[in-house]
Design a protein. Structure first.
Length: 240
């Protein structure tokens, strides 16, 4: 991830990368979760494992792409916020990145609708949905907790740049795990942009605030924990 503070950033690349990600995610959901699809999987857990694996692989590929190398391939407003709070991304670039990612989410979802027609509507435009047994606060905690973990992982690689080559792999595996494990429970979005376009286009915006606010709060808490860990480590070394 290109996280140097001196980088100006490229919001247009973020728009394009997020649009590609959303088009792919909605497309996969359309084919494996639509009951009318010849590729539909009856086992929702298996279907979401496949969605997670493909999403993780795609994020890995987009991260390593030329555009991803130029923009940093955040594709997630909460990650942009986390990088800023981790002092690895300039604050002046946050708003432009977030707007680009949210617009890219709408564009990618709309493109999937144009490509696959009404079938996309039958799967709610790919919008994440919580299990009926999960209330709003449980979903909030799960979606926010995901970003705490993601932010701490990013912080680890920022502090240990010698291991940076493993970051794309770790991120891909983590994305796969979040979707596979939390997909049937909280929805497993862990990304405001992941939910924004599908929720708007499907009209299921009642709980959208949870999928926007929870990851942002999780990013802030993760960054705070990261700085607390660093200060504790520095104090321990000073006392040794």
């Amino acid at each position: 991830m290109q996280t140097e503070p001196e980088r100006r950033g490229h919001p247009l690349y973020e728009f394009a990368l997020t649009a590609m990600l959303m088009f792919a995610v909605v497309t996969v959901i359309r084919w494996v979760l639509d009951p009318g699809s010849p590729l539909a999987l009856a086992n929702v857990h298996l279907a979401l494992l496949l969605v997670g694996a493909l999403a993780g692989a795609l994020v890995f590929g987009l991260f390593r792409s030329p555009w991803g190398r130029r923009s940093g391939a955040h594709m997630n407003p909460a990650i942009t916020l986390a990088l800023w709070l981790l002092r690895a991304f300039p604050g002046r670039g946050v708003a432009a990145y977030v707007v680009a990612q949210l617009c890219g989410s709408v564009a990618g979802t709309a493109l999937a609708r144009l490509a696959w027609g009404p079938a996309v509507g039958r799967v709610g435009y790919g919008a994440a949905a919580a299990a009926p047994s999960w209330n709003g606060w449980a979903v909030f905690a799960a979606e926010g907790g995901c970003l705490v973990v993601v932010t701490l992982m990013i912080g680890f690689f920022l502090v240990h740049p010698a291991h940076a080559r493993w970051f794309p792999w770790a991120l891909a595996v983590l994305i796969c795990a979040i979707i596979a494990v939390l997909g049937p429970l909280s929805g497993g979005a862990a990304n405001p942009a992941r939910q924004f376009g599908p929720a708007l286009m499907s009209g299921t915006t009642a709980g959208l605030w949870i999928y926007v606010v929870a990851p942002a709060l999780g990013a802030a808490l993760g960054a705070a924990a990261h700085h607390l860990i660093l200060r504790g480590g520095a104090r321990h070394r000073a006392e040794a």
